[in-house]
Design a protein around this ligand. Sequence first.
Ligand code: NAD
Ligand code: MG
Length: 388
Amino acid sequence: MVLFYKGLWYNNSMKKIGLLGATGSIGTQTLTILREFQHLRLSFLSAHRQTDRLSELVAEFRPDFVIVTDPDAYSQVGRLDVPVYGPDDYISAIEQSDADILINAIVGTSGLLPTVKWIEWGRTLALANKESLVSAGELVTNLRQQSGAQIVPIDSEHSAIWQSLQGNDPKSVHKIILTASGGAFRDHTKQEITGLPAKAALKHPNWSMGQKITIDSATLVNKGLEVMEAKWLFDLREDQIEVLIHRESIIHSMVEYVDGAIMAQLGVPDMKLPILYALEHPKRLATSWPKLDWSQIPTLHFEKPDTERFPGLALAYEAMRKGGTMPLVFNVANEVYVEEYLKDKITFYGITDRIAQAMADHEVMQQPSVADLLALEAQLRQQLKETS
Ligand code: NAD
Ligand code: MG
């Protein structure tokens, strides 16, 4: 079937996308995909403080509406050709939207509410915002079972696992192997790392990403978050999730089956592929992007993660084991202290030392509601900032 929509013709594969966090790294790469594949149309997009490019984005992508999530930026945003919703009314706006799929590419625990709501409404979520699934894993999983919603991963490791699961029985998975680049400080001693500023940690060896996730890669907190993300996405036990340092980031992750067969997904480190696969699976669309040139890759390296130099990973496993509200505490503490490190107010190890303290001070509440989680997030953010 061919459709005529907003002055253009489309075939019936047209898909409407809601994009939260459109101005960030994942958001910008999603927009690049939308430029290349005209059947993918924007239903809405959100910006937080970066509102300067909104009119340009509206003119180019013609979304039905836009969202500005920061209260001050919202109160100052000028007139646009489409309706603008703010932090207090954007949830009901996205509920009423005709988006077929929501890409949640907000950074941090602020992505929790749209994740929870979208799943509650039984809709399809393409998840970049791992912090929401980590903080509210049990709740989101229960809601997903009740509503029949689908969560498709954007995170490259989880996309690799999802791709490696195709055509196989999920019950025959023995374990998954999450690969990690090792981050900016992988070749430094503990003593050297202690004195290194955020500017050095922001130089990721393989990926170009937002600031927070780049610091999270250096501390291995990102891999810890991904362990918890994998647990909820693929219904795995702790002993089924292994982390392996693979410095080239060519193998994006692997699945080992009970018979010993290992399936992996490989390719150049480029987030556009997992974003496109999340939108189009099981179809694979031909792209113009650079492909892997094996002649340029003489060796692939693998090693065990060093939890002595990078204690973030062990803390994440501990948060996962304690469950309930503890993963949220791990997350919020990390967000608060990564910000402090980015301002050079604390050292690199100050981040994980303070996460450990915040976790030690917290009394876990099991099976928290959304309201419990949101209240705890606000309270912790305030409290940890004051005492840092
Ligand atoms: P980024 O910092 O580049 O962009 C974040 C986006 O969120 C921006 O659009 C920003 O305006 C918006 N934002 C910031 N604070 C907000 C708030 N309080 N409320 C609402 N919106 C807010 O981050 P990124 O690197 O694009 O990462 C986004 C998410 O995707 C993170 O959860 C990250 O872990 C995940 N992710 C990113 C990559 C990557 O390659 N960048 C890879 C895997 C997963
Ligand atoms: Mg990842």
